[in-house]
Design a protein around this ligand. Structure first.
Ligand SMILES: Nc1ncnc2c1ncn2[C@@H]1O[C@H](COP(=O)(O)OP(=O)(O)OP(=O)(O)O)[C@@H](O)[C@H]1O
Ligand SMILES: [Mg+2]
Length: 615
């Protein structure tokens, strides 16, 4: 319920539209009542009752239940109406009633249309806000969040769960405003005709409500499961589509099909289960309604036949009112189910929105002007969120402006983790990184990152043009600079050979380019921003000699006049570095220049040199 209230709060922003919708709902409900009420004079005319008789019985015998004032207002209105309608001949009266009935229905439907339009505006606005919020929030979350959550899950929350909320929110809004108003109007009509009959009809209600809320509870349980299963299915699709090459290479199509088939069979069974419960809800209410119906027909019939306290036309009018009352009551019973379903989906959306962004801006950020003198790493210790494994231990070293630092070491040693701390993808568990003496936590996050260029271990390119990939995120593209950086990155010549050159779309994840070409594009991308600090996580994948040479050249040019951290797998990179840091099991085991490090014949660096770098 708390979730639902929170969901409703989102709609407050649209209160004007909501107010309009409620206004037209009110008109709709009143005209709805009027059109049913009009059946009484219609029947009177057809059954040949004169205006005198009508006025006599109309002096409310059956409605002593209502307060004096309302009774007198109602009587004077109905008297005025009766004398207007029944002033001429019978045929005149019939014509008048028909015209009034048509007018009432016409305006009722116009009001119904407007009410729906304004409501949909509110509900779609709410869904848009919810989706935008969840998506925006994703960008504030730390990398660790994305390592933990499956991509498909997140997609499912923002795509499927939002739709689930939308469906039920739309239904409930309509029901929570329109149905209660309809109920009030028709209950009023029923009460004004005979309060005894009305009370009788309401007796069965609490009984049916109990059954209905029990069904609601069950439904909520299932719908959470359904959304989870949907997320599983989305995850499988997402993973196999991203990894389609691996799936084919390992001939895993059958196994993947089986996995998918299992999940979709589970989903099918769950859907059947929830459908069974959901569809029991409406026949149960209908049977209860019919029970109320026959009890009333019998008792009302007795009143008409024996006591004659109400006219037959009034009794029929009463029956119309009661029957009009049933659909909204039935709808209201399903509101609860829908609220439960949407709450389950909303819970999952709010879970994302409520995840705290761990890494955020300090309250009073220090202005960063760039790198002026040095970067200091002080006693860095790092654990990934919920693991006990210490990834980095007591890392301390200094880097001067303009230096090239090569970080080497065995796989899994913590090299990528170490450089991930510089742009604050993660914060160190202990220790600090200082740029010109200021802890990087004291800078504005976006400003800090704008000073850093990154080429990651796995290149990622967007499904967009070459130009947009290189200038990613920057407006006012400088075409000359674009070509200049492409040349530095050794990418210009292959780009020029593409049919559309820089405006060539490269397809999702850059599948239309070779590994080396993609790497050179991501070097150009890092370069375009002209960052003070450059982080280059060399791909471990072997490139052919030609690509290798081109990437290496690009790299050499890139390193000029910049402070560079390079996780190196190539001898040439390492040899030219101003300082080499050897990391093993999260600790610095050696530090110095290439020739110094080679002196110790038993060292790890020597071993790496002999095994890894001898290309
Ligand atoms: N998100 C994560 N959560 C938990 N542990 C992680 C996470 N990412 C990496 N690790 C662990 O941290 C350790 C260091 O990983 P890291 O990626 O920094 O190694 P690396 O030195 O870059 O290796 P490589 O040369 O193969 O790229 C590894 O043992 C790895 O299993
Ligand atoms: Mg790595």
């Amino acid at each position: 319920m708390k979730t639902y209230v929170r969901l409703l709060k989102y709609s407050l922003k649209y209160w004007k539209y909501l107010a309009l919708s409620i206004f037209f709902t009110l008109i709709f409900a009143i005209l709805n009542g009027v059109s049913v009420y009009l059946s009484i004079p219609l029947l009177d005319t057809l059954f040949n009752q004169g205006v005198q008789e009508v006025q006599q019985t109309a002096v409310s015998k059956g409605s002593s239940f209502l307060p004096e004032i309302i009774v007198s207002i109602k009587d004077s209105i109905s008297n005025a109406f009766n004398s207007f309608v029944f002033s001429g001949s019978k045929l005149d009266a019939l014509l008048k009633i028909c015209i009034i009935i048509f007018t009432a229905f016409l305006f009722k439907n116009i009001a119904g249309y407007l009410q729906a339009y304004f409501l949909i505006y509110v509900e779609q606005g709410l869904v848009r806000d919810l989706r935008d919020n969840a998506y925006k929030h994703l960008h504030t979350l730390p990398l660790s969040f994305f390592k933990k959550e499956r991509t498909g899950n997140l997609i499912s929350v923002i795509v499927n769960d939002v739709v689930a909320v939308q469906n039920s929110v739309s239904a409930t809004f309509l029901n929570l405003i329109r149905e209660p108003l309809t109920i009030i109007v028709f209950l009023g009509i029923a009460l004004s005709i005979s309060w005894k009959l009305t009370l009788l009809s309401l007796i069965v209600l609490p009984f049916s409500l109990t059954i209905i809320s029990w069904i609601g509870l069950k439904l909520r349980k299932y719908s959470t499961k359904i959304q989870e299963k949907m997320a599983d299915i989305t995850s499988i699709i997402q993973e196999t589509v991203s990894g389609v090459k691996i799936v084919k290479a390992f001939s895993m199509e059958d196994a993947e099909n089986k996995k998918f088939g299992n999940e979709s069979a589970n989903f099918f069974r769950l859907m059947l289960k929830i459908t069974r419960v959901r569809n029991v809800s409406s026949p149960v209410t209908e049977i209860l309604s019919v029970l109320i119906g026959v009890v009333i027909i019998y008792s009302g019939g007795v009143l008409v036949l024996e006591n004659e306290s109400i006219r037959a036309s009034q009794f029929l009018g009463f029956m119309f009112a009661i029957f009009q009352l049933m659909p909204p009551v039935k709808e209201l019973s399903s509101v609860n189910n829908r609220i439960q379903e949407s709450s389950a989906a909303a819970d999952r959306i709010f879970e994302v929105i409520d995840t705290p962004p761990l890494i955020s801006d300090p309250p009073n950020p220090v202005k960063i002007s760039g790198l002026n003198s040095d970067i200091k790493f002080r006693n860095l210790t790092f654990y990934y969120d919920d693991s006990d494994e210490r990834i980095l231990e007591n890392i301390t070293f200094d880097v001067k402006k303009g230096e090239v630092i090569a970080i080497v070491g065995p796989s899994g040693g913590g090299k990528t983790t170490l450089v991930d701390l510089i742009p604050r993808f993660y914060d160190p568990t202990d220790g600090a990184i200082l740029i010109d003496g200021v802890n990087i936590k004291d800078f504005h996050l976006k400003e800090l990152r704008s000073k850093i260029g990154i080429v990651t271990q796995e290149t990622f390119l967007f499904n967009d043009t070459i130009a947009n990939n290189i200038t990613y995120g920057l407006e006012n593209v400088d075409r000359e600079r674009l070509i200049e950086v492409a040349k530095i990155a050794n990418a210009h010549s292959f780009i020029s050979e593409l049919p559309n050159g820089y405006d060539q779309n490269i397809g999702e994840r850059g599948v239309k380019l070779s590994g080396g070409q993609r790497q050179r594009l991501s070097i150009a991308r890092a370069l375009y921003r002209n960052p003070d600090i450059l982080i280059f996580d060399e791909a471990t994948s072997a490139l052919d000699n030609e690509s290798e040479k081109l990437v290496q050249e690009a790299l050499d040019r890139l390193m000029k006049s910049r402070t560079v951290f390079v996780i190196a797998h190539r001898l040439s990179t390492v040899r030219n570095a101003d300082k080499i840091i050897v990391i093993e099991n999260g600790k610095i085991v050696q530090e110095g220049k290439h020739d110094q490090l080679l002196e110790d014949k038993t060292s790890l660096y020597n071993k790496l040199y002999n095994l890894q770098f001898k290309l």
